[in-house]
Design a protein around this ligand. Structure first.
Ligand code: 6PG
Length: 240
């Protein structure tokens, strides 16, 4: 039964066979609470089935308030394994690192074992760091949940318009990113699609054009994320 919080869920199937389910929320708190609830449900299910929960985090600013809410939750943290869908090639403690944001907002405050938190070694540079992360991802089973953001130009992770990444590897270097810094590392589209669930968190009027393009079938990079389970797009502050 849909909660009163989810005003509407519209499903969409695009030419590239991406099925997206669009959830519209009334407030930042509602979208955050719904995301936390879904993450915890996915974790319980995965731990019951596999004894572990493999979650891939989004970077940027949007997910920070969700991560902060997770600090207050009771969960079987000892069985959580954390990955990142991308990071920026900056020093480990640089304030713009996605791993620093997630650690300060959440991971430093819960009992997920350090050896189960897999930062992207982006301080090594995009080529060496991508090789190192691909080794970390080798043999890792299908992810249980991938959380993604959406850029104003329709990018997601560090998959940007008019850029082809090498999909043969699980983690790949990105050059000349239009969103600074230029050098990044991203999990490839193919590896991101190897997941049981994807939630995009999209908030704010700045994302309206990207959402409009997406829903009209424009091939923005977010449409590259087309796992068999489809994707759920949680929206607040954008018109559907
Ligand atoms: C990054 C992210 C990127 C982000 C979007 C949305 O490194 O910046 O991986 O894909 O999710 O750009 O960013 P905001 O949440 O800050 O709008």
């Amino acid at each position: 039964m849909q909660s009163s919080q989810t005003l509407q869920v519209k499903s969409l199937t695009l030419a590239n066979n991406q099925t997206s389910r669009w959830h519209s929320f009334n407030s930042q708190d509602e979208i955050n609470q719904a995301t936390v609830k879904r993450i915890l449900q996915a974790a319980n299910d995965a731990i019951k089935q596999h004894g572990s929960f493999l979650m891939v985090l989004a970077g940027g600013s949007t997910p920070k308030s969700v991560y902060q809410l997770l600090v207050k939750e009771q969960a079987d943290w000892g069985n959580w394994h954390i990955y990142y869908n991308d990071d920026r090639c900056l020093p480990v403690d640089h304030p713009e690192r996605n791993s620093k944001m997630a650690r300060e907002a959440w991971l430093n405050h819960v009992a997920i074992p350090q050896q189960q938190i897999h930062d992207i070694p982006a301080e090594l540079g995009n080529i060496e760091g991508a090789k190192a992360y691909a080794k970390i991802l080798a043999g890792v089973r299908t992810f249980d949940m991938v959380i993604l953001g959406l850029g104003e130009d329709g990018h997601t992770a560090s998959l940007f318009p008019n850029q082809n990444v090498d999909n043969s590897a699980d983690a790949v270097p990105v050059f000349n990113s239009p969103k600074p810094p230029a050098d990044r590392i991203t999990i490839s589209q193919n590896r991101l699609n190897d997941t049981h669930e994807v939630i995009f968190i999209v908030t704010g009027a700045g994302k309206q054009e990207a959402v409009d393009h997406w829903r009209k079938g424009v091939a923005i990079p977010a449409t590259l994320i087309a796992p068999s389970c489809g994707v759920d797009v949680y929206c607040f502050g954008v018109e559907l």
